[in-house]
Ligand binder design. Sequence first.
Ligand code: BES
Ligand code: ZN
Ligand code: ZN
Length: 468
Amino acid sequence: MNIQLIDKKVFNIKNNLTLKLITAEGLKKAKFKKTLKKAGFQAKQDSLCAMHGKSLLFCGLENYDAENLRTAAATTAKAIKNYDYKSISVNVDKNTISAIIEGFVLGGYEFNNYKSKAKKIKIKNLYLTCENIKELTALFEEALIITEATSFTRNLVNTAPDDMHPEVMAKVAKKLAQENGLLCSILGKSELKKERCSAMLAVGRASRYESKLIHLTYRPKNAKKTISLVGKGLTYDSGGLSLKPAISMVTMKMDKAGACAVLGIIKAVSELKLDIEVHAFIGAVENMIGGDAYKPDDVLVSRKGDTIEVRNTDAEGRLVLADVLDYAQERTKPDYLFDFATLTGACMVALGQYTTGVMGHSNRLKHDLGKAATKAGELTASLPFNKHLKKQLKSDIADICNISNKPYGGAITAGLFLDNFIKEENKSRWLHFDIAGSAYTETPWDVNVYGATGAGVRFMTQFLKSIK
Ligand code: BES
Ligand code: ZN
Ligand code: ZN
């Protein structure tokens, strides 16, 4: 969809559908209130009523809160897909423009790369009509950058695992670096060996694709802060020898969503030209089975030097992240260190499938991120660490075990496993985001449609925008 900001006074386009977002209060004073009443329209949130004779579409709003504007725009974007107009227009102002763009772009998103026949959508243009273009231009451009970055992340996650394996992911990162003026370095098997990333290498050993550690840097001239982002990039998680049951293996192409979020975030930050230095580190690995696979009972030596007893090869993300986090902390001295990972099914058990689990030591930082997430329209909740859960990772034979010895608190024990690899000076600068539930959906919710949601991109960009 082509989106344009246009002055109300000069707007005059033929074959255009005008969208009216309307509250129950607004309905009382509406020009066509009698006709709308006849159709049973009460302006309930996300309810639609079309008057094609007048080229009008009404969508109900509970109030003008951003979350309601977003879902109303998303509902509209889905409904108009078969309509026979050339364009749709809607009035916006500085309080509504961002939410309306987000709803339209993300709610209208479709991933059709594997459909042999392209779908035809007649409405190709969205006109945002306004009174004062100058006042809205910056907000307009910003919302476009952020929603495009979210769609970019969704596209990568939705791509089938054999079309987005670690080697392809490295190519995607290189291309993004070229287009957006980022530095890019990629470590393959031999470099990873030199870097002593044995835990990461073990996970990828049975794959026919080489594991890759990707490092992108956005370095503006007068950077105020340095931020390091780390993403779990399991381009497929079969579980390894601790093989997943058939039913849970389906959708495991999404185990790369952390890596794809990190790519989307650095894309957005570089296009918004924020004055912060941002590093994106990705562990791109495929967890497979075979004669060469790593196994339960193996003891791995992590890059940090700690030994890890493997008791379940399906708890692989934390092994990859242990090495990538260590590498990231040696290469950069970040003011903030954030990792994104579809790490545990337990996070969904704890918070439901819509909410990102936030873990770390700084309550202040967790609070600031929660605020940014609410503003951006993403759900997050804090999962608190404690020293008792930490004991559940003790190993009788090595320094740490890759799974907990108790069946409870699995999202937190996974977070605590990562904590073991966070250097003392970074403890209060670090947060871990478990996006296992929020990154992917098979039933639409909010502005999300079937498949990847792009979880993390909006809330992290919002947070990074607010850094002083
Ligand atoms: N990638 C999965 C976590 C996951 C599960 C993400 C469902 C999205 C949806 C991760 O690698 C995994 O398999 N974790 C195990 C950990 C367990 C073996 C301790 C899990 O959650 O069952
Ligand atoms: Zn797994
Ligand atoms: Zn995994």
